[in-house]
Design a protein around this ligand. Structure first.
Ligand code: FAD
Ligand code: SF4
Length: 518
């Protein structure tokens, strides 16, 4: 009897549930590079190259460990270019008697997986993906009957469960669960981030880069200077580099933005974690060890660990709890098409131009660029949440729907009605000016509210608040903001709304087809 073990492109973990405890002599591992997964949205070229190269390296690694691996290449003439087609073909090739797979992270693929057994005419056993700390069931139990599903409460439970930064008596290390109040420093003058770590490409990666360049030439983004970690060994080096050089100031400058410094003190480990090359717990334990060893302060270690056992696990729980409806949520009734410059980068708003150029070149932007520049602008101008969600899904190397969609629809666009964020993440230009150096070189003046040279974020901010007054005035966290609006002279309010309307009239919508083939 032969078992086929299909492994998806983001399941590249040697300890994967379907591999654990199994006899390699009775199994064939299947890795299939299929066009359908590269194009259901037109993913950034760099992201496709990352996944394909990591898959090829993972196959080599498994073979070295004694597994029989059938790796179907993208350019294999017999490739059916769907996962289901390749599972069926493999089942036939090996006269397999069963299929054992780990549940897909995305709703779309999980539905498809359910039909694999029937299509192949043999039993299918789907195993839970236990690379997450909180199972889907455990999350449902946590969420059940709660009035508030705020991440902070969930996070504290994850701290206790994992024991991370928890003292022997069960108290949080240092006496508090959260040190965010120490973490919002603007970039100091002359702030110098550590040198970025890049990996040179080997022959396998170079072959993939040529293939992607050729096959997906029309997709967004560039491949130049590709240097992402594609193996577990490289990912571990990237982890060490982050812990030694960037973690100590990760907390302080978590929200800071500097032109030409994409990473600052961020880890850029998300692609490796999401692919399965790094285990989220080992990453957190490394951060905890740095604090215990005295090389990183508590606010940095706690802030970093919260992103992973808090936000990452919580976001996944919310995704599975609310899919498939989640994808269609549009609580604020936003319907504007995505502005064209999100794809071309051609805009004179410098904060956006910088963030988009960096996204095009690296498939990376850090959290605050995503939330307070790119997401903030889309929310202020009222972009259709599905359209901005598609953009985020295409452009980032770490973007898989289970993590992208709740971050965009929920956290960033408030389209879930406030289940994830207690108030909309909107700001005027003042916030961007405080946290970045973008405004200094911008065509607009961040201090002006109306007029030709006024920073567009200012009028758009007040216009958004006025448009949604009925919904947000009663929000306790927004009371002071509306008090500010009330204090303005009527003529000033009018001028702000006119400025916003004239800016919105000039926004050029993107042609359809950038994100999904039309
Ligand atoms: P760091 O700042 O170094 O953070 C450490 C780790 O924490 C990350 O690697 C990641 O694993 C985790 N993390 C931090 N914040 C979140 C979060 N909100 N949700 C889940 N994990 C988190 N993250 C993705 O992995 N994929 C996405 O598609 C994605 N889309 C996003 C879209 C929007 C609008 C926003 C606001 C955030 C999104 N995030 C997404 C979360 C976060 O921005 C990225 O994880 C982070 O920028 C990745 O860079 P990093 O590895 O340098 O992160
Ligand atoms: Fe962005 Fe306004 Fe600053 Fe220009 S002035 S960089 S548009 S916030």
């Amino acid at each position: 009897t032969i078992t086929v073990l299909p492994i998806l492109g983001d399941q590249l973990s040697e300890g994967l549930a379907s591999l654990r405890g199994r006899d390699p002599g009775a199994c064939v591992v299947l890795l299939a590079e299929v066009r359908a997964e590269c194009t259901y949205v037109r993913h950034h070229k760099r992201k496709i190259a990352l996944v394909l190269s990591a898959m090829r390296h993972f196959s080599l690694r498994l073979r070295a460990c004694g597994w029989t691996v059938d790796h179907v290449r993208l350019d294999d003439p017999a490739n059916t270019h769907t996962l289901r087609g390749e599972v069926v073909r493999a089942a036939g090739r090996y006269r397999a008697t069963e299929i054992v797979a780990v549940e897909a992270g995305e709703y779309r693929l999980r539905l498809d997986q359910s039909g694999w057994g029937e299509a192949a005419g043999i039993p299918l056993h789907l195993l839970e993906d236990d690379r997450f700390i909180c199972s889907r069931d455990a999350f449902s139990r946590w969420a059940e009957g709660r009035r508030s599903l705020r991440m902070e409460f969930f996070y504290r439970e994850m701290r206790v469960r994992t024991g991370l930064l928890v003292d022997e008596d069960g108290a949080p290390a240092g006496g508090a669960w959260n040190y965010d109040h120490d973490n919002r420093k603007p970039p100091a003058r002359g702030l110098a981030p550590p040198p970025a770590l890049g990996f040179t490409t080997d022959a396998h990666t170079r072959e993939v880069l040529d293939l992607v360049d050729h096959e997906f030439a029309g997709h967004f983004g560039t491949l130049d200077g590709f240097d992402l970690p594609v193996t577990r060994e490289q990912a571990l080096i990237a982890l060490d580099h982050f812990i030694d050089h960037a973690l100590p100031r990760f907390g302080d400058y978590q929200d800071a933005m500097l032109a030409g410094e994409p990473l600052l003190f961020h880890s850029w480990l998300a692609p490796a974690i999401n692919l399965g090359l790094l285990d989220p717990l080992e990453v957190c334990r490394a951060a905890e060890a740095a604090w215990r060893g005295g090389t990183a302060p508590l606010n940095a270690a706690e802030g970093f660990i919260r992103q992973i056992i808090g936000w990452r696990e919580y976001i996944r729980g919310m995704y599975w709890r609310d899919m498939p409806e989640f994808a269609t949520r549009n609580e604020l009734g936003a319907s504007r098409p995505l502005p064209e410059f999100y794809w071309t980068g051609e805009t004179d708003l410098r904060c956006l131009a910088e963030s988009i150029a960096q996204t095009r070149d690296l498939a990376y932007a850090h959290h605050i660029q995503r939330l307070m520049v790119l997401g903030n602008f889309a929310l202020l101008v009222g972009v259709d949440p599905a359209a901005i969600s598609d953009w985020f899904l295409v452009v980032y190397a770490d973007a898989y729907e289970w993590v992208e969609l709740p971050n965009v629809i929920g956290m960033s666009q408030f389209a879930d009605g406030g289940a994830i964020a207690s108030k909309p993440y909107v700001s005027s230009g003042a916030y961007i000016d405080r946290m970045s150096d973008y405004c200094r070189g911008c065509a607009y003046d961040v201090k002006q509210r109306t007029g030709e040279r006024a920073c567009p974020f200012n009028a758009l901010y007040w216009d958004f608040l006025a448009r949604h007054e009925a919904r947000f005035r009663a929000n306790a966290r927004m009371r002071n903001i509306y008090a500010g609006w009330d204090r303005m002279a009527p003529a000033q309010r009018e001028a702000l709304r006119r400025s916003a309307a004239s800016f919105l009239d000039r926004l050029v919508p993107a042609e359809p087809g950038w994100a999904r083939s039309s």
